[in-house]
Design a binder for this molecule. Structure first.
Ligand code: AMP
Length: 184
């Protein structure tokens, strides 16, 4: 059973690695970004509310996200473990997650931070071609990451829950490093 939180700037490879590791551990990969993109594509109420923020590279309001995560973690497949990718994104979301997990009798094993230099991030994001991957939006997402999400590195390392991995390696090398951490 593994319960992991993936942290890292946009373009660090969180989605790729979380998906590979989730398959390996046979647990769900829960990406709030993917859930939101599906909601936008299906024009659900959530999607309509979230789209403008996503198009600008801003975070969607906490209330939209915390309800979504709450619902997702209560699904039966999440009882056997999970990887959270893209959540929490702010200190207030991290505090919410602590309360939520306590209320459903769960806890996480550790928080994995994928460390990648800015030049590599921009290069990777520009080559990805997602709707929110044009240069202005990319720069805004990096700015939002630094302002709102990077403080989580201290938040979790102060609690001795953070493990950092050099994300500036090949996909296979990063996957190998991750497997080592979860087997330790
Ligand atoms: P991602 O796929 O994780 O890069 O997320 C894409 C976009 O979805 C972000 O730029 C935000 O607009 C939104 N998003 C995803 N996760 C969150 C979150 N935890 N809090 C707020 N906004 C989020």
């Amino acid at each position: 059973m593994a319960r992991l939180i993936f942290l890292g700037p946009p373009g660090a490879g969180k989605g790729t690695q979380a998906s590979l590791l989730a398959q390996h551990c046979e647990i769900p990969h829960i990406s709030t970004g993917e859930i939101l993109r599906a909601a936008v594509a299906h024009r659900t109420e959530l999607g309509v509310k979230a789209q403008g923020y996503m198009d600008r590279g801003e975070l969607v309001p906490d209330q939209l996200i915390v309800d979504l995560v709450h619902e997702r973690l209560l699904q039966p497949d999440a009882a056997s473990g999970w990887i959270l990718d893209g959540f929490p994104r702010t200190v207030s979301q991290a505090k919410f997650l602590d309360e939520l997990l306590e209320s459903i009798g769960q806890s996480y094993d550790c928080v994995i931070n994928l460390d990648v230099p800015d030049e590599t991030l921009v290069k990777r994001l520009l080559s990805r071609g997602r709707a929110d991957d044009n240069e202005d939006v990319i720069l805004n997402r990096l700015h939002v990451y630094r302002e709102q999400t990077a403080p989580l590195i201290d938040f979790y390392s102060d609690r001795q829950q953070l493990r950092s991995i050099d994300g500036n390696q090949t996909v296979d090398q990063v996957t190998a490093a991750l497997k080592q951490i979860i087997q330790a």
